[in-house]
Design a protein around this ligand. Structure first.
Ligand code: PLP
Length: 347
């Protein structure tokens, strides 16, 4: 019998998430999670949830979360879409806005899920190479149905000047999705563009700055007609009751998130200085990770040496420059452990 699996799905590699090891003594700096717990309000809200509430389906459109987010960003609730993590939203975007004969654009290097989404839709991915300093470069003639503009970018951590992003979005003929998973750690963001331009959507997540990667909640801000299209496509109950409860509690405690971000930004400087002292070069990061090139040892050897000491960082030579590693900013104690281990490995 001929395989029922579509040809493009047979040949696609699928997304490879960073390793999720657990256990004592592990220093986990490979998936850009936050090393601190979420707001104490999250635990309180979950404890206060009546188990009987779980009998019922969740609010299908996350009305309360949409209202809180709309107030935060100065838009109407109808301009906010809430998803089961931003990865779900990215998938829905490729279903709603990429025609069967369309294409997806992204920078390279960037978030490797975009490529998997293009493969799953069986459309080409048009990659725009960043400059050697990982800054912005966009050929004027560039065309795609949807461009995923990641700012700050993953894995480089580099952010792009708002004026350049605005100029690009204004002249681009397709839809621009600005993936702002790391925007809370940056000096600027592009949310205003989602309010002003009909072809711009801005996406955020609670996985990073709100320390809720395990909860799975992402959202999108943009024109109501675009948001409506996604509402039609999503699972009826795409965000479960526990997630809605935890997310709402976290969103109602913005000062806590801002405190975490302040701590991580300070540790980012500490990590950058420590690594520079060990001969590393790196891109200027506006995110909660650093994209680094070891000066005295190959990236792969360092990755393996660290892994043997139960220190996980991200090495992804299939999609990213093989001479670079991405290191999430951990606690100051984790940074000290990492620097000590690197010193040992470099000898
Ligand atoms: C650029 C970018 N977008 C989206 C995501 C996915 O975020 P979420 O946890 O909300 O699915 C990540 C996760 O690492 C990311 O780096």
């Amino acid at each position: 019998m001929k395989s029922p699996i579509r040809r493009n799905i047979q040949v696609m590699a699928g997304y490879e998430p960073g390793e999720q090891m657990e256990g004592p003594g592990l220093v986990k700096l490979n998936t850009n999670e936050t090393p601190y717990p979420p707001s104490p309000r999250v635990a309180r809200a979950l404890r206060a949830l009546e188990p009987a509430r779980l009998r019922l389906y969740p609010d299908p459109v996350c009305s309360r979360i949409r209202t809180v987010l709309a107030a935060r960003h100065g838009v109407r609730p109808e301009q906010v879409f809430v998803g089961n993590g931003s990865d779900e939203i990215l998938r829905l975007i490729t279903l709603a806005f990429v025609e069967d004969d369309g294409s997806i654009g992204s920078f390279t290097p960037s978030y490797s899920l975009y490529e998997v989404l293009a493969e799953s839709r069986n459309v080409p991915i048009r990659k725009v190479a960043l400059r050697p300093d990982f800054g912005w470069r966009m050929p004027a003639s560039f065309r795609a149905s949807v461009f995923f503009l990641t700012a700050p970018n993953n894995p480089t951590g580099v952010s792009y000047p708002p004026a350049e992003v605005r100029a690009f979005c204004s002249r681009f003929k397709g839809l621009v999705v600005i993936d702002e998973a790391y925007a809370d750690f940056a000096d600027w963001n592009h949310l205003e563009l989602a309010k002003r331009l009909p072809n711009v959507l801005v996406m955020r997540t609670l996985s990073k700055s709100f320390a809720l990667a395990g909860v799975r909640l992402g959202y999108l801000v943009g024109a109501e007609s675009l948001i409506d299209a996604l509402v039609k496509l999503k699972d009826s109950y795409n965000v479960n009751v526990l997630t809605q409860t935890a997310a709402l509690a976290a969103l109602e405690d913005l000062p806590y998130m801002q405190k975490l971000v302040g701590r991580i930004r300070a540790s980012r400087t500490r990590l950058a200085e420590g690594l520079a002292g060990l001969g590393f070069s790196m891109a200027p990061s506006e995110a909660n990770f650093l994209w680094v090139r070891p000066g005295r040892i190959a990236a792969r050897a360092l990755f393996e040496g660290l892994r043997a000491r139960r220190i996980l960082v991200r090495y992804n030579p299939k999609h990213w420059h093989p001479e670079y590693l991405r290191i999430t900013v951990g606690t100051n104690a984790e940074i000290a452990t990492l620097l000590r281990a690197i010193r040992e490995i470099q000898g």
